[in-house]
Design a protein around this ligand. Structure first.
Ligand SMILES: Nc1ncnc2c1ncn2[C@@H]1O[C@H](COP(=O)(O)OP(=O)(O)OP(=O)(O)O)[C@@H](O)[C@H]1O
Ligand SMILES: [Mg+2]
Length: 239
């Protein structure tokens, strides 16, 4: 599932002022890569992820996933494409508050037209795999932040997407819950998924193999992760 981004721009117009949120980005991401995106607030990280992840359209430029030019797809086609190939995890979990963990995870399968029995079975298995087999009936408000994020991950994975986008998935979590979430992302990467992670935290970024740094909507750095280019130190490393 190769991702090819070429000459990508997203320009917002706010009260006559143009904001160049993405300002000419070209990157390729290979199948199975684990990439961290860093950069100061407002540098365009979320905007870029939303465009690559088919949640938003660019002003101009091209994004291809597995050779498919996604900027040319209609809203309906984009929704189907997303359902099939892409899982999203957000900082604020974005769960449906009145629905149980089980219902939240089942939802994408309802859109995918999976029958009730299979839906339930798959959602239960997925929640068990993130350690929430005993909380199927709990609503988001009855769960801790870390548990809510695990429900969100189960929901993101229920259609077995090839690409996982995580936009500051540990941003609202304590360090223990954050570590649990990162362990799940590590295992997804080991299983061959492509993982694209936005984070402000060096230790979180260092789970990836590659770091892309943005500034003012442009890539200012792109290469393998080293302890000294995330702004943090890797464990067991002295430099
Ligand atoms: N819907 C919108 N309308 C107008 N401007 C927007 C919109 N969405 C984002 N922007 C602007 O685009 C720029 C990039 O925003 P973006 O959310 O991509 O940044 P970010 O790197 O994800 O920041 P953060 O680390 O704070 O999440 C910012 O200047 C932001 O104000
Ligand atoms: Mg953001």
């Amino acid at each position: 599932m190769t991702i090819e981004v070429k000459d990508l721009y997203k320009i917002y117009s706010l009260e006559g002022v143009e904001i160049h949120a993405v300002n000419g980005i070209s990157i390729n991401i290979e199948d199975g890569e684990f990439v961290s995106i860093m950069g100061q607030s407002g540098s365009g990280k979320s905007t870029l992820m939303h465009i690559i992840g088919c949640l938003d359209k660019p002003t101009r430029g091209s994004t291809k996933i597995d050779g498919q030019e996604t900027t040319e797809l209609s809203e309906n086609e984009l929704a189907d494409f997303r359902l099939d190939k892409i899982g999203f995890i957000f900082q604020t979990f974005n769960l449906i508050p009145r629905a149980s963990a089980l219902k939240n995870v089942e939802l994408p399968l309802i859109y995918a037209g999976v029958n009730r029995v299979e839906r339930r079975e798959r959602a239960v298995k997925m929640l068990e795999s993130v350690g929430l087999g005993d909380r199927l009936g709990s609503r988001p408000t009855q769960l801790s932040g870390g548990q809510q994020q695990r429900v969100a991950i189960a929901r993101a994975l229920i259609n077995d997407p090839k690409i996982i986008f995580a936009d500051e998935p540990t941003g609202n979590l304590d360090s223990k819950s954050g570590a649990e979430i990162m362990a799940i992302l590590d295992s997804l990467h080991k299983k061959g998924k492509t993982v694209i992670l936005v984070t402000h935290e060096a230790e979180v970024a260092e789970h990836a193999n590659r770091l892309i740094r943005l500034l003012d909507g442009k890539v200012i750095e792109d290469g393998p992760i080293k302890a000294n280019n995330t702004g943090g130190k890797r464990k067991n490393e002295l430099v």
